[in-house]
Ligand binder design. Structure first.
Ligand SMILES: C[S@@+](CC[C@H](N)C(=O)[O-])C[C@H]1O[C@@H](n2cnc3c(N)ncnc32)[C@H](O)[C@@H]1O
Length: 223
C-alpha cells in the first residue's frame, strides 16, 4: 500500500517504514522530529505562515492581540506572524533545531517572540491558566491519536478562563501518519466537551496540497 504523506515520505528517505511504525506505537519523540529537521526531510514546513492565519489577522474579525502559546511551533513562521501583529508570543517545540531556527528568525526580524524547548504535554504544570490564546497548526496531526485526549486537556489547562484555541486543523483521510488524519466529527467530539465554537470554517486559501481539507477554528474554553 502506498502510504502517501509528506511526513512518512520524508521519513522513508532515511528511515525504514517498520521503524516509523514502531515509533508510532510508542509515540514520536524529540529525536524523531529532530532527525527530520537535521535530514532536511521537514516537508511540512511552508517557509511562511499558513495563509488562513494571514487572512484571519487581516480580517475585520481578527482576534485582539494577547498572550499566545504556539504548540509544536517548528521554525516559528506562524508564531512570528502573530508577533508582528502585536501578540506576546511563546513558541514551544522539543526539536532543538526548530527552536534554534525560530529564535534566530525572531532575532533577525527583531520581533518580541521567544521559543522554548519543551514537551508540550508538560506545559500544564508550568503554565496553568496562563494564555489568552493557543495556536495550533500541524501539531495535532503530528502527535499520535492516543495522545489526543491529553492534547485537548493540555490546551484547556494552559488557557485562562475564556481563552481561545486558534487552530488550523488538517482533516485528511490518508492512512498512516504522521500526519495522522482526523474527521470533523472527531474534532467536535473531542473538543466540544471543554470548548464552545466561536467559528469553525473550511479554509478557503490553504496551500494546494491541503486544499479543502483544512478547517480554521476558534474554540473558546468553557469557564
Ligand atoms: C509537523 S511539524 C509542524 C511544525 C510547525 N507547526 C509548522 O507548521 O511548520 C510538528 C512539530 O511539532 C513538534 N512536536 C511534536 N510533538 C511534540 C511534543 N510532544 N512536544 C513539543 N513539540 C512537539 C515537532 O518537533 C515538530 O516541530
Amino acid at each position: 500500500m502506498k502510504r502517501f504523506s509528506y511526513f512518512t515520505e520524508a521519513a522513508s528517505a532515511s528511515t525504514p517504514l517498520a521503524m516509523v511504525d514502531s515509533l508510532n506505537s510508542s509515540g514520536l519523540d524529540a529525536d524523531f522530529w529532530e532527525g527530520r529537521y537535521q535530514a532536511g526531510t521537514d516537508r511540512w514546513d511552508l517557509g511562511q505562515p499558513a495563509p488562513p492565519f494571514v487572512s484571519l489577522l487581516a480580517s475585520d474579525h481578527a482576534p485582539q492581540p494577547g498572550h499566545i502559546a504556539v504548540l509544536g511551533a517548528g521554525r516559528g513562521h506562524d508564531a512570528l506572524l502573530f508577533a508582528a501583529a502585536g501578540f506576546e508570543v511563546i513558541g514551544f517545540d522539543f526539536a532543538p533545531s526548530a527552536i534554534a531556527a525560530a529564535n534566530q528568525a525572531a532575532a533577525d526580524r527583531q520581533l518580541p517572540a521567544q521559543f522554548l524547548s519543551r514537551d508540550i504535554f508538560t506545559l500544564p504544570n508550568e503554565f496553568p491558566s496562563t494564555f489568552d490564546y493557543v495556536l495550533e497548526h500541524t501539531c495535532f496531526c503530528a502527535i499520535t491519536p492516543e495522545q489526543r485526549s491529553d492534547y485537548v486537556q493540555l490546551v484547556a489547562s494552559i488557557l485562562r478562563p475564556g481563552g481561545e484555541l486558534l487552530a488550523l486543523f488538517w482533516a485528511h483521510d490518508r492512512p498512516g501518519g504522521p500526519p495522522y488524519g482526523v474527521t470533523v466529527e472527531e474534532l467536535y467530539q473531542r473538543f466540544l466537551a471543554q470548548f464552545e465554537i466561536v467559528s469553525f470554517e473550511l479554509a478557503t486559501n490553504s496551500i494546494e496540497s491541503r486544499s479543502q481539507q483544512e478547517y480554521l477554528a476558534r474554540l473558546k474554553v468553557k469557564a
